[in-house]
Design a binder for this molecule. Structure first.
Ligand code: FES
Length: 139
């Protein structure tokens, strides 16, 4: 009887260790695959306006995620979270088409962040920014 309860106790302990090990091993994968929020931490990002090429984009780390400032063909600057609203992949700026492409499932966004094709359910979130003395500050 004592041997049986000892085995049961050891079984429970080993099961608990196995569950803790599995959770420890899978958490980074779950965290990596889950969509990221732009509201995780505070902080502003600044860089020279000249870093944003004509018709081009500058991607940057922003509050633990990725942001992007685009200079459209009309010369207008716009700032977005670069995280696709579908499943969280990072979008790319397609200079020749003047839109954003998500490489994961071919979602497309217009230069103003609106969804124009594919599965994304919402527009790209805009980020507040200002330009002072040739310096762009996002956040
Ligand atoms: S993650 Fe961007 S379209 Fe699916």
């Amino acid at each position: 009887m004592q041997s049986s309860s000892r085995r049961t106790f050891l079984g429970i302990c080993l099961g608990g260790l196995a569950a803790a090990g599995a959770a420890t091993a899978t958490w980074p994968v779950i965290r990596y695959l889950s969509p990221r929020s732009v509201e995780e931490t505070g902080g502003k990002v600044s860089f020279p306006e000249s870093d944003v090429p004509a018709d081009g984009a500058k991607f940057f780390d922003f509050r633990g995620t990725t942001g992007v400032v685009v200079r459209t063909k009309s010369g207008q600057l716009v700032a977005f979270s670069a995280i696709c609203t579908h499943l969280g992949c990072i979008v790319q700026w397609e200079k020749d088409k003047q839109d954003f492409l998500c490489p994961c499932h071919a979602g497309r966004y217009s230069p103003d962040g609106a969804v124009i094709a594919g599965p994304p359910p919402k527009p790209l979130p805009r980020l507040p920014f200002s330009v002072t003395n040739g310096l762009i500050t996002v956040g």
